[in-house]
Write a protein that binds this ligand. Structure first.
Ligand SMILES: Nc1ncnc2c1ncn2[C@@H]1O[C@H](COP(=O)(O)OP(=O)(O)O)[C@@H](O)[C@H]1O
Ligand SMILES: [Mg+2]
Length: 229
């Protein structure tokens, strides 16, 4: 696990603008995300949270301004470099887990290792144990609760030891109890494994699990605050 470089800039945007056709969705966003932070992005539906997450991670291009990811302007990465980053340096967690239904828990995680052709793979059993699912490694996703499926997705994301984990409403499909389990897990990834986390949520109660939050409204950052713990 890479715990060095705490505090260095991983992402830096300046006057970031994103248009969809003629609509300006992100209206000049300047933020810096440092290694070791756990940032929640909150804001009403349609405020641009998902778009911002995708632009920060290089999944979506941008229209104007600057976005630096690992100290390099994102639009100067080649497609091949971006796809390598996604496999090796960046992890994604989505609201609906995106597991492959006809593969077991173990195979879902293994597939990420195979696809990444990475040289810093974590051990699959150890990673499943870390998220509390080692006893379920031969189960299929449909045999698991939503919260457990999300933990498989988190194991799949951890397996290539990413520097940054991006999560888009990871508890959006879960009841309160499972939501808290997942948020506690993200907090452990941040505190124990020193993962940098950028997590979108519409639930302001989830802010307390992180170290900082951004409040987005209509494509503008209205608040950027540290969380007092
Ligand atoms: N692919 C797209 N094409 C056109 N408009 C889009 C697209 N994706 C998002 N938008 C628009 O951008 C705005 C912000 O969307 P989004 O980032 O998904 O917000 P949030 O995640 O905060 O709900 C919305 O008005 C949405 O309709
Ligand atoms: Mg969204």
């Amino acid at each position: 696990m890479n715990v060095r470089g705490i505090g260095m800039n991983l992402i830096e945007t300046k006057d970031l603008i994103k248009n969809f056709n003629t609509t300006e969705v992100l209206k000049g966003i300047s933020i810096t995300i440092k290694k070791g932070e756990f940032i929640s992005i909150i804001g009403p539906s349609g405020s641009g949270k998902t778009t911002l997450l995708y632009v920060l991670s290089g999944l979506e291009d941008y229209s104007n301004g600057s976005v630096k990811l690992f100290n390099k302007e994102v639009n100067t990465y080649t497609d091949k470099e971006i796809s390598k980053l996604r496999q090796r340096n960046i992890g994604f967690i989505f609201q609906f887990y995106n597991l492959i239904p006809n593969l077991t828990v173990y195979e879902n995680v293994l597939l990420a290792v195979v696809l990444a052709t990475s040289d810093h793979k974590n051990n699959i059993d150890q990673t499943l144990d870390y998220v509390g699912l080692l006893n379920y490694k031969n189960h299929y996703p449909s045999q698991l609760s939503g919260g457990m499926q999300q933990r498989v997705a988190i194991a799949r994301c951890l397996i290539n030891d990413p520097d940054i984990i991006f999560a888009d409403e990871p508890t959006g499909n879960l009841d309160n109890k499972n939501s808290l389990v997942i948020m506690e897990l993200f907090k452990r990834l941040n505190q124990e494994l020193k993962k940098t986390i950028v997590l979108v949520t519409h639930n302001e109660e989830m802010i307390r699990f992180g170290t900082r939050y951004l409040k987005l409204t209509d494509g503008v950052v209205l608040a950027d605050e540290q969380v007092i713990r």
